[in-house]
Design a protein around this ligand. Structure first.
Ligand SMILES: [Zn+2]
Length: 177
């Protein structure tokens, strides 16, 4: 409960902005509206001291270098998590993705994680999972993104974004806004 209140206070105290992240060479970018940032922070607050996560949905800009996030999922009901690990389930995701595709031509672009009381850096398990997704035929996403939120409710939340181009090491995108 204390943790939840800490988070609510934090989100109220710091005016949320639209966020933008880019790789150094500007080949890869991600934009996320403050409403989606706020939605993510609420889901993190609810998770408390457990990791949680979900998927990122959106579209790529015409120049194909920037993913615009338009929707974020909660953790599907068949997900499992502990203090420092998270296995995202799949319940309901395909139906939701079909709906967003048919209605708005929006699609899967990656994953988000919450690392409570830890750094917003991907674990080795995270890296393996993202590479698997990039290689998977069913995801149709050769460059999946991973957005990680970390927190220490006594200070502040932090957010980092990584892209996993197929057959290449991950690239960190730096916050520009
Ligand atoms: Zn993680």
């Amino acid at each position: 409960m204390t943790l939840l209140w800490g988070f609510i206070k934090l989100t109220a105290k710091y005016e949320l902005n639209d966020l933008e992240f880019w790789s150094e060479d500007k080949r890869f970018g991600l934009k996320i509206h403050r409403r989606k940032v706020s939605q993510l922070l609420k889901m993190c607050a609810r998770a408390g001291v457990q990791e949680t996560g979900g998927i990122l949905v959106g579209f790529y800009t015409e120049s194909h270098n920037c993913a615009v996030i338009t929707a974020v999922s909660d953790a599907p009901s068949d997900s499992h998590s502990g203090h420092n690990w998270f296995h995202r389930g799949t319940n309901g995701l395909q139906r939701w993705l079909n709906h967003l595709w048919n209605r708005e031509k929006q699609y899967y672009v990656g994953e988000w994680h919450f690392h409570p009381f830890f750094y917003p850096n991907p674990s080795q398990i995270d890296i393996n999972q993202m590479q698997k997704i990039g290689d998977s035929y069913s995801y149709q996403c050769p460059e999946p993104l991973l957005l990680i939120i970390s927190s220490d409710p006594t200070t502040q939340w932090d957010m980092k974004v990584y892209i996993f181009p197929r057959n290449h090491p991950l690239i960190e995108l730096t916050r520009c806004s």
